[in-house]
Design a protein around this ligand. Sequence first.
Ligand code: NAD
Length: 254
Amino acid sequence: MEISGSAALVTGGASGLGAATAKRLADAGATVFGLDLADSIERAGDSVPAGVTLIAADVSNGDEVKAAVDQIVASGVPLRIVVNCAGVGWAGRILSKHGPHDLELFRKVITINLLGTFNVMRLAADAISKTDVVDESGQRGVVINTASVAAFEGQVGQIAYSASKGGVHGMTIPAARDLAQFGIRVNTIAPGIVDTPMLAGVTPEYRKGLEAGVPFPSRLAQPTEYAQLAQMIVEHDYLNGETIRMDGALRMAP
Ligand code: NAD
């Protein structure tokens, strides 16, 4: 699919994978709108690249995302690309010395990572389905969601995160089949460990352990490598309903 001349909606666009993807799509000629929380947008400050406009919205809020999508549609550039990167990695044990896992924490992780991804997908797909920009093949647009290897092999303390990312992976095939009637492809990227602010809290020793778990290349992935894969998925018209692991064959320590 042609990137140049399209509008792209990238959630989590103020940081990490979303920021790198927003930049890459803008460099490829898209008009990019990054959705993120107001405080993250403020933190991004002047680092926002040319061709990227950040809009404050909580991905789990129907009205806020609808308003953001309406703003994109009003720009007059046809919305054809959606990349869902917004997410949180909050952790918690099922049982700890503080008692059982906090139910509210579990609910919040599911609400942001799973419901938020679905919310953006449904509202953006609605807008894409109404555009009259259609390829010869009938293609109108593409949605990329972000899961994690934690969808398949979660670790201790990742119960809510793994459940949310398993849900994102699980939506891929039904969403691809459901939205096919509108010419919209849906794919998911499941990254291993990417060097983003999400890892800010880890100790150097823990980080070394993570790197050692990557057979090749023996390092963490870079956000630009996620962005490269996202661009490839947008451009590859036959990729649909796939969850693609991008993890260097990662083996997590038990
Ligand atoms: P990050 O913390 O750098 O960026 C996440 C962005 O999402 C932030 O800007 C944050 O403000 C935004 N966000 C959080 N809640 C939001 C909400 N309710 N509404 C709108 N925006 C919200 O993290 P990242 O590493 O770039 O992560 C991006 C995605 O990739 C996440 O879904 C994460 O789970 C997934 N992921 C990351 C890794 C990794 O190792 N970094 C691995 C696998 C999957």
